[in-house]
Design a protein around this ligand. Structure first.
Ligand code: ADP
Length: 244
C-alpha cells in the first residue's frame, strides 16, 4: 500500500462531559488496508470517539495518526494531518456542480470567480476521485439533484481530493437503498486498500458483509474486538445487543 506507515493509534482515550464519562479509556489501533467497523448500542460512545479524534470534542489520552498527535490540535490542523470525517447528513453545496464541490475541497477553485469560468482542465486528483466515487457522468450536474447515496459518495470524494488518509465515516449507509448500500460497500473496499477507514455503523448486515475487523463499544469502553465471526460469537456482545 501507498501509505503502509499510516495507522491510527488511540491510547487511554477519555471524554468527560461535566462529570459524565462518555468515553472511558479506549485503546484502538487501525492500520491502513483495514476496514474497521465501530459498533455498539446507542450511547456507547462511538460518535464521541470520532469527535475526539477529529478535534470536535476535548479529550485526554492520546490519538496519533502517523507521527502526529491529534488530541489538543485544532480541527484544521487535524485535517491537514490527513484525517477526514463525514457526518450522517452530507454537507455538500447543492447549488454547485459535483465538479465544483470537488474543486473547492481540493483547493483548486481559487476564489469564487474561478467557479464561473469554464473549465479547461480537471486536476488529476479530482478526476481520480470522480472515478472512485462513480460520479464522472454527473460531474456537471448541481449536487442538489443527486440522490441521497450519491451525495454521500460526493462527500467521501471531497475527503479523497483533500488527500485524507484516515477516513472516519459516521453511518455512511443510513437511509440508503439496498443497491446504494452495496455500492457504498464496494466504494469503502476500494478506498480501504490504501487508506485507513473507520466506519461507525448501526446496520449489522452491512457490517457483516464489509467489515474486515470490528470493535464493539459499550458504555464508553471496548467490549470486544476481532473479526466479524469473533465478535458475533462473543457472549458479551450477544448480551449487550439482546439487552438493548
Ligand atoms: P453513540 O454514538 O455510540 O450512540 P455517543 O458518542 O453519541 O454514542 O454518546 C455517548 C454518551 O455521551 C451518551 O450517553 C450521550 O448522551 C453522551 N453525550 C454525547 N454528547 C454529549 C454532550 N455534548 N454532552 C453530554 N453528554 C453527551
Amino acid at each position: 500500500p501507498r501509505f503502509a506507515h499510516d495507522y491510527l493509534q488511540v491510547r487511554g482515550l477519555r471524554v468527560d462531559f461535566d462529570g459524565f464519562v462518555a468515553v472511558d479509556g479506549i485503546d484502538l489501533t487501525v492500520t491502513s488496508g483495514d476496514l474497521r467497523f465501530l459498533i455498539g448500542p446507542n450511547g456507547a460512545g462511538k460518535t464521541t470517539v470520532v469527535d475526539a479524534i477529529t478535534g470536535v470534542t476535548a479529550a485526554t489520552g492520546s490519538a496519533t495518526f502517523g507521527d502526529v498527535e491529534l488530541l489538543g490540535r485544532s480541527a484544521h490542523r487535524i485535517a491537514r494531518a490527513g484525517v477526514g470525517r463525514t457526518f450522517q447528513t452530507a454537507s455538500v453545496f447543492d447549488e454547485l456542480t459535483v465538479l465544483q464541490n470537488l474543486d473547492i475541497a481540493a483547493g483548486a477553485a481559487r476564489g469564487p470567480l474561478s467557479l464561473l469560468r469554464r473549465r479547461t482542465s480537471v486536476p488529476p486528483e479530482v478526476d481520480r476521485a470522480l472515478e472512485t466515487i462513480g460520479l464522472t457522468h454527473l460531474r456537471d450536474r448541481p449536487a442538489g439533484v443527486l440522490a441521497h447515496g450519491q451525495k454521500q459518495w460526493l462527500e467521501i470524494g471531497m475527503l479523497l481530493v483533500q488527500d485524507a488518509r484516515l477516513l472516519l465515516l459516521d453511518e455512511p449507509v443510513a437511509g440508503m437503498s439496498h443497491g446504494e448500500r452495496e455500492q457504498t460497500g464496494e466504494l469503502l473496499r476500494r478506498i480501504g486498500v490504501e487508506r485507513t477507514v473507520v466506519v461507525v455503523e448501526h446496520d449489522m448486515e452491512f457490517m457483516r458483509r464489509y467489515a474486515s475487523s470490528v470493535t464493539v463499544l459499550h458504555q464508553g469502553r471496548v467490549l470486544a474486538e476481532g473479526t466479524v465471526a469473533q465478535v458475533q460469537a462473543d457472549p458479551r456482545v450477544v448480551e449487550v445487543y439482546l439487552g438493548s
